[in-house]
Ligand binder design. Structure first.
Ligand code: PLP
Length: 458
């Protein structure tokens, strides 16, 4: 584990923050330091039971370590522990949330002033999507929500919670929403909202948002973009393949957007974000809180969000990170995304060059997630080998992930060598989210090759 810079980063800032409140009378007795240290040692030992998410050899699920600055800013804010429900609970951090969200909105081309959109942070992508679908349901009561079968599973569940009908639209071999299937549903005349996913959870597929928006002209519906995973790729959309580039170019025309700073935005968990193009949807949130909203006539973020208490520290950490790494094309943050993507393209190239594996038939990954199937006589054997390789990699400290995908998505999957005895096949999956993955790719491949030799040649 690299030496943690956070305690060092915090010492000066903690002194400064303490000095800000130095005029208050002292209070509190001595802390049971020895006992606290003992408990913390126990915590450190308990935390060993984790995969090393912070390390480049962790290349499995969507897990990206928060930036040290984000961790330091979060910890510093913890000495105040602000609550961004109301300015009464978090004055500075509410202001920092508004500024940080404005920068995210600007990344999608939405107005500099908040009166041109409505947005706030949430505790997760799920909560952010819930707010977007809740507003969608208010605007089109009795109408259906539709999303691709590759959309995040929570859309169906959120719709059930909101008592909105939800229909799955089939996906094509790219993992993108099928436009033919979508149009067939639209013709029925009762679709209120289409959820377009920019960066699907399984393979990072980008739904054809530009074409979905064209259908909106004809059929009239609301478009919600779930960019919880892929949203930041808008900063490097010029380097993506044409279909994804066109989709990202159209994001600003969506009615609502969700993006998760706690996925690709270098933030600790507890940081999602929802944006609405029309600030007038704020009327749906209208409520009275007899306990709060007293110290300021300015907007309290609880007046425009469904959650009540929210971590002000999450906003502080995001604000700090975006000061250091502004959300601009060509900046250091964008470069970090490009490095992960370049690692993914390189891994995909190596997979394609090795006859033991079957890559996606449709070509290179759209973002930074690579999936591949193991060639075998049967689907069952292929799935079993994927599991064994996954375990053998883990024994070498290389952590990949598994995913079940339609067999037909893979190169040669209908050939003689692969009798179809199951529609889904378990595949290997690697989410290459860390900038360091670019320079670590050779070492990742070496360990993977070792695991394959052990598993496939026995
Ligand atoms: C595309 C997409 N949407 C929504 C979510 C849910 O986000 P969260 O886990 O922050 O609730 C995820 C999580 O992986 C996701 O990939």
């Amino acid at each position: 584990m690299p030496h943690d810079p956070v305690p060092g980063l915090l010492s000066r800032a903690t002194e400064l923050l303490e000095a800000e409140f130095a005029t208050l009378p002292a209070f509190g007795g001595p802390l049971p330091k020895a006992a606290m240290e003992w408990v913390l040692e126990a915590v450190a030992s308990r935390l060993r039971d984790n995969y090393p998410y912070f390390h480049p050899l962790y290349a499995g699920q969507m897990l990206k370590p928060p930036h040290p600055l984000a961790r330091a800013a979060y910890a510093l804010a913890m000495t105040i522990n602000p609550n961004n429900h109301a300015r009464d609970g978090g004055r500075a951090s509410s202001e920092m949330e508004i500024e940080a969200v404005r920068q995210i909105a600007a990344m999608f081309g939405w107005g500099e002033s908040r009166s041109k959109y409505l947005g706030h942070l949430t505790s997760s992508g799920t909560m952010a999507n819930l707010e977007a679908l809740w507003v969608a349901g208010q605007l089109a009561p009795g109408k259906r929500i539709v999303g691709s079968e590759q959309a995040h599973y929570t859309h169906r569940r959120i719709s059930a919670v909101l008592k909105l009908d939800y229909t799955e639209i089939s996906a094509d071999r790219h993992g993108r929403m099928s436009l033919e299937a979508l149009e067939a549903e639209l013709r029925k005349g009762d679709v209120g909202t289409v959820v377009a996913t920019l960066g699907s959870t399984a393979i990072g597929a980008v739904d054809p948002l530009d074409q979905i928006l064209a259908l909106k002209q004809r059929y009239g519906f609301r478009v919600h973009v779930d960019a919880a995973y892929g949203g930041y790729f808008t900063l490097i959309s010029d380097s993506l393949a044409e279909p994804a580039r066109r989709a990202f170019a159209a994001v600003g025309q969506a009615d609502s957007i969700v993006i998760d700073p706690h996925k690709h935005g270098l933030q600790p968990y507890g940081c999602g974000c929802v944006l609405f193009r029309d600030p007038a949807v704020g009327r749906f949130y209208k409520h009275d809180s007899p306990y709060t909203y007293f110290t300021s006539k300015q907007l309290h973020l609880g007046e425009i969000s469904l959650e009540c208490s929210r971590a002000g520290a999450a906003a502080v950490a995001l604000w700090a990170t975006q000061q250091l790494l502004p959300l601009v094309p060509g900046g250091a943050f964008a470069h970090g995304l490009a490095q992960g993507r370049s690692a993914a393209l390189e891994l995909d190239r190596k997979i394609r060059g090795d006859s033991r594996f079957q890559p996606l038939a449709t070509g290179a990954p759209e973002l930074d997630i690579v999936v591949w199937k193991i060639k075998a006589d049967t689907v069952g054997r292929s799935s079993q080998l994927a599991q064994e390789i996954f375990d053998a990699c883990a024994a070498r400290d290389l952590h990949l992930a598994l995913v079940q995908l339609p067999l037909t998505w893979f190169v040669d999957s209908t050939g003689n060598a692969d009798r179809i005895d199951a529609p889904l096949v378990t595949c290997l999956r690697s989410v290459l989210m860390k900038p360091e993955h670019e320079v670590w790719l050779e070492r990742i491949w070496d360990r993977f090759a070792g695991a394959c030799a052990e598993t496939m040649e026995k």
